[in-house]
Design a protein around this ligand. Sequence first.
Ligand code: NAP
Length: 302
Amino acid sequence: MTSRYFLGLLGHPLGHSYSPLIHHTLLELTGLKGEYKLFDYTLKQLEEGAIASMLMSGVHGFNVTIPYKVLLHEKLPALTPAAKRVGAVNTVFRVDVDQEISLIGHNTDSTGFYKSLATPTQEKLAGGHALVLGGGGAARAVLAAMIFEGKTPAHRITLVMRSPEKAEALKVAFSEWVQETNAFTTLDVISTEALDAKRLALVDVLVNCTPVGMHPDTNATPLSLRQMEALNPQAHVVDLIYNPAETLLMTLARTHGCPIVQNGLGMLIHQAIDAFSTWTKLPAQDGWYEAVAARLQNKFNT
Ligand code: NAP
């Protein structure tokens, strides 16, 4: 058993991050000793061996954020299947064998996203039609979750991108996932302009994976009012944004009568809990999520 955990977040620039609060809460809840630091390193510092210095000082594992998620995916010699699928690393853990240290790149965004969904949303997704807005790193994790998490994959996924030609690598990865799981899932990648009322009326679950509507641009929405009026009113809506807690897209969805509307706070917490479990080998316990959510809520209210 590790006597003291040395954890942290690697990125640059690391402005405000909720990760220290989340992980210090988890350390407190589990009674484990340790600390979670911010490793704000430039690319030059990384090239000059910043990660080796982190290891020398005893780091057990760390999260990775902008702009290094893809870089570490390319550079780390070992990746978990989840990191390979998502094409990005958000969690790194170390394995020490015979005085040799190996660093393994992992990704907890897919599981974090799926666990954050309300149970009726997971059920609606199974065999349903998902509409995913945006085609970056978060969208890829969401798509992988729709195939690999849960008992039944989504039946149809429409991915809306302002530049659909950027989706070639994603399409290749997607067809491999479908083969691997024998899923009967089709993926359509379309432009924002091609998203018509007929398609919107068939959507079961809508997920916003673009930053549109994020603080400070809170008056922006990835779907127009007209498009939202064409959305199936029974659709469940998930916005991965958590700042603000209520985006304009979420307000439009509620006004439209959508029965379940949620933000990205749940994903943020679940991906962190999964990272913590990866480092400490402790499975998530009842009450962890609620305790972290309460701490973050206090933060949002102050
Ligand atoms: P990303 O890799 O930069 O991808 C963003 C995607 O959104 C790209 O496809 C981009 O298109 C598109 N986009 C950006 N601005 C747009 C606009 N004005 N109109 C239409 N499309 C636009 O970012 P990401 O890592 O996927 O993150 C996306 C969002 O998810 C962010 O808001 C992030 O905070 C959130 N997120 C939340 C969690 C969580 O735990 N809740 C986790 C990860 C991400 P182009 O490629 O054409 O620029």
